[in-house]
Ligand binder design. Sequence first.
Ligand SMILES: NC(=O)c1ccc[n+]([C@@H]2O[C@H](COP(=O)([O-])OP(=O)(O)OC[C@H]3O[C@@H](n4cnc5c(N)ncnc54)[C@H](OP(=O)(O)O)[C@@H]3O)[C@@H](O)[C@H]2O)c1
Length: 279
Amino acid sequence: MKVLITGSEGQLGKACVDLFRKSHEVIPADIADADLTLKNDIEKIFKSSHPDWVLHCAAWTDVDKAESSRVEAMAANALATELLVDACKKIGAGMTMISTDYVFQGDSSTGYAEDDQRDPVNWYGETKLKAEQAVQGYGQIVRTSWLFGHGANNFILTMRRMMTENKTIKVVADQTGSPTYTVDLAEVLLFLVNNGTPGIYHGTNSGLCSWFEFAQEIASISGYSSETVVPCSSQEYPTPAKRPACSVLKSSYLELLDCPQRPSWQDAVKRYIDSINQE
Ligand SMILES: NC(=O)c1ccc[n+]([C@@H]2O[C@H](COP(=O)([O-])OP(=O)(O)OC[C@H]3O[C@@H](n4cnc5c(N)ncnc54)[C@H](OP(=O)(O)O)[C@@H]3O)[C@@H](O)[C@H]2O)c1
């Protein structure tokens, strides 16, 4: 298939371009190729590439700045997705969009199933909910959380930089989620695009931890003492956008399609750190 991958310069987009190239014809597109908030840009790229499938990884991902740039964030996430869905419908192309656990309030004690009622925790979550609503009933929605991968600044790189500075690092211990490696999520997305079944899916690495436990694992794999990391509460680390206490996404629909189990988050962190150590 010809697969148009939006956000191809982003951390997930890069991993998807690398993987999908092995079995599909890939058309990578980032904002320099097409600003997805502009109908003309979408029409142009559809005309020149005529995709069979659109894997929509592009998004406004600055969660805190979304609170103060509400119109721009809504356009980049909701309007862009609406325009892409319209363009896909016109030519009968399939569509997969990436969403987030932030479409939920984050106060569950057990985590969120695919069909749980949505109630966004912050403005970024509101924009992604609108995007989901545009895709729902037509394409695939794949929610993920706590992404890390090549080519972007991320939690692991930030922690490692602070660890080299011999600082004691306070890390939030009252938020739980599943760190997810873009390389592993790209495998899930390839499986789903090949399968084609529309619906809502939850794609993360397996297992759960707090940001504090995530940081401890990074320290241990990177050869730093676990004492470099100390726990703190969310109240000690205020941010413009509210963060969910529970980012846990329970998956059952991937299993119904026989999607291979995702590796544990610890295994994913180890593979990622090994690969950056070799760069
Ligand atoms: N990062 C996470 O922890 C996380 C968690 C849950 C879900 N997600 C979702 O996963 C997906 C991938 O995230 P990511 O971390 O890979 O994002 P990312 O690294 O920020 O990449 C997003 C890409 O989209 C581009 N983009 C933004 N606005 C655009 C527009 N109007 N037209 C065309 N391209 C545009 C960005 O360009 P610029 O850099 O120039 O803006 C960037 O290259 C997103 O849908 C995100 O919402 C991410």
